[in-house]
Ligand binder design. Structure first.
Ligand code: MG
Length: 187
């Protein structure tokens, strides 16, 4: 398998949490002080309906700083980059708008995985801001590196000893580079 980086979309590629909290507020949906999941459990159906009432909301989520340059650099190094992003049950707009936004970032449809269980996706480096995904993926891919994208609300969350916690893209680039060198040497 070619050296593969898997990246989450919300809060890693796109500025999700602030926009989601704002949308929820406007739509009267209860939120919580959690960066990964601003919606209170049980309110996701209401959130999906809110997304559908606001065409372009997903499509126009702001791309986080450095993302475009980093994707270009990692692809230029010869690694594959795929995106693993959530399924929003009940929303008719979420998936098509997310796909269009990811295309703008250079992802083909082959590079996009809409799934709830990201541990099923094979790769070498996995970046996500959700500690649950990080722990599960790391256990399923012991030789990979899971990167918990650092946000204040998850600082107390435990991670596997192979995993790292950072919001510095240089650490991700270094990890990908180490796999590229390893695969090059193994040829
Ligand atoms: Mg996320």
């Amino acid at each position: 398998m070619r050296t593969t980086l898997i990246v989450d979309a919300d809060n890693v590629l796109f500025r999700f949490q602030r926009a989601a909290r704002l949308l929820a507020k406007v739509e009267g949906i209860e939120t919580q002080d959690c960066d990964v999941n601003p919606c209170v459990p049980g309110t996701w159906d209401a959130f999906a309906a809110a997304v559908d009432r606001n065409p372009g909301w997903v499509r126009n989520l702001q791309v986080l700083p450095l993302v475009e340059d980093v994707l270009k650099e990692i692809r230029g190094m010869g690694a594959d980059v795929i995106c693993a992003t959530r399924v929003l049950k009940g929303s008719l707009r979420w998936h098509s708008e997310r796909a269009a936004a990811l295309e703008d970032l250079g992802f083909t449809h082959e590079d996009m995985y809409f799934c709830a269980d990201k541990s099923r996706i094979p790769g070498h480096v996995f970046v996500d801001d959700d500690p649950v995904h990080i722990r599960k993926w790391q256990l399923a891919h012991l030789h990979g590196i899971a990167v918990l994208w650092d946000y204040p609300s998850t600082r107390q969350e435990p991670i596997h000893h192979n995993s790292i916690r950072t919001s510095d893209w240089n650490h991700v680039i270094t990890a990908v580079r180490s796999y590229l060198a390893y695969h090059e040497g193994a040829r």
